[in-house]
Write a protein that binds this ligand. Structure first.
Ligand SMILES: NC(=O)c1ccc[n+]([C@@H]2O[C@H](COP(=O)([O-])OP(=O)(O)OC[C@H]3O[C@@H](n4cnc5c(N)ncnc54)[C@H](O)[C@@H]3O)[C@@H](O)[C@H]2O)c1
Length: 301
């Protein structure tokens, strides 16, 4: 297999000052991409900025070995932030080939104890942020020969203790991923997502909910560098899938597929039919096919 090259790619990576985003930025830059390293040094719980911006340090790491990168201290949760990231890419590198929406926040808390503002904050960072950045970058992506978007969702969207606000916002990003995959299909914009697991500041914030043995395993095995190759592949022109989600953690990579079961078809449907046929409705048989996104599904206007 020839080495995959990214030397003609300009990529915006958000939340790239640390953790998974930093690993994405370093790998892409090492393979030749020009990278906009977006980060505002937001606290893990999303409650404000803390300390110096780590984006500058990542840019220094990249440029020290001859790579190309610029830092952008933008808040992805705002419209201004989206435009600042796009402007940074265009003024430094003149184009945008890919957007990696990675910035994220989390604070575990029981459903009923989370105030509206915190639901909103999670939506602002995880849903409105990627949506606004994609919207601002879209005209530039349309000019790229192989435009790509990678969103960072989470297994928490499928249910995790104390994560209704976080998981719900990631579920919204999953829906956006599928719909943008459809919107972008005709123009060749491939939009996919990863659900990562990595030992980062975010994981450390959840350390008291896990056993010391699990934390020890995660710190040793679940390195952000074991997530970045999947993100890089999804950014590469060779990658032809769209609307897909990949679980990525510690070297494990698998596809998260949505299936429609064969179910039943009964125009005379009653409550009793549903009760009687429930096993059939639930059964995952060989006829249960993954829901894929394809250009042919675009509505005719
Ligand atoms: N670490 C995991 O196991 C895990 C699991 C599932 C999903 N994720 C997701 O992966 C992504 C990266 O997480 P991580 O573990 O590397 O976290 P991290 O806390 O190490 O890094 C996240 C970065 O995002 C930045 N950020 C947050 N809000 C921002 C904003 N409004 N504007 C600009 N920058 C902002 C932070 O400053 C930080 O540098 C997140 O979207 C997270 O939800 C991580």
């Amino acid at each position: 297999m020839p080495t995959l090259d990214f030397s003609d790619r300009v990529v915006i990576v958000t939340g790239a000052g640390r953790g998974i985003g930093r690993a994405n930025a370093l790998l892409l830059a090492r393979r030749g991409a020009a990278v906009v390293v977006g980060d505002l040094n937001i606290r893990t719980d999303g409650g404000g900025v803390e300390g110096d911006n780590p984006a500058a340090a990542v840019v220094a790491e990249i440029t020290a070995v001859g790579g190309r990168a610029v830092a952008c201290e933008a808040d992805v949760a705002t419209e201004d932030g989206a435009h600042a990231l796009v402007d940074a890419a265009i003024s430094a590198f003149g184009r945008i080939d890919a957007v990696v929406n990675n910035a994220g926040i989390v604070r575990a808390a029981p459903f009923r104890e989370v105030p509206d503002e915190e639901y909103q904050r999670h939506l602002d960072v995880h849903y409105f942020g990627p949506m606004r950045l994609c919207r601002a970058a879209w005209p530039h992506l349309l000019k790229s020969p192989a435009p790509r978007v990678v969103n960072t969702i989470s297994q928490a969207m499928l249910g995790n203790p104390g994560m209704a606000h976080y998981g719900g916002s990631k579920g919204a990003l999953f829906g956006l991923t599928r719909n943008l995959a459809l919107e972008g299909a005709e123009a060749g914009i491939k939009v996919n997502a990863i659900a990562p697991g990595a030992s980062t500041r975010m994981l450390e914030a959840a350390a008291d909910t896990l056993t010391p043995e699990v934390m020890e395993y995660m710190r040793a095995q679940m390195l952000p560098e074991r997530v970045a190759p999947v993100v890089a592949y999804l950014v590469h022109p060779d990658c032809q899938v769209t609307g897909e989600v990949f679980n990525v953690a510690g070297g494990i990579v698998n596809r998260l597929a949505l299936v429609n079961t064969a179910g039943i078809h009964d125009p005379a449907l009653t409550v009793e039919t549903v009760a009687e046929q429930f096993e059939k409705i639930m059964a995952i048989t060989p006829q249960a096919v993954p829901q894929v996104v394809a250009a042919a599904q675009l509505p005719v206007s």
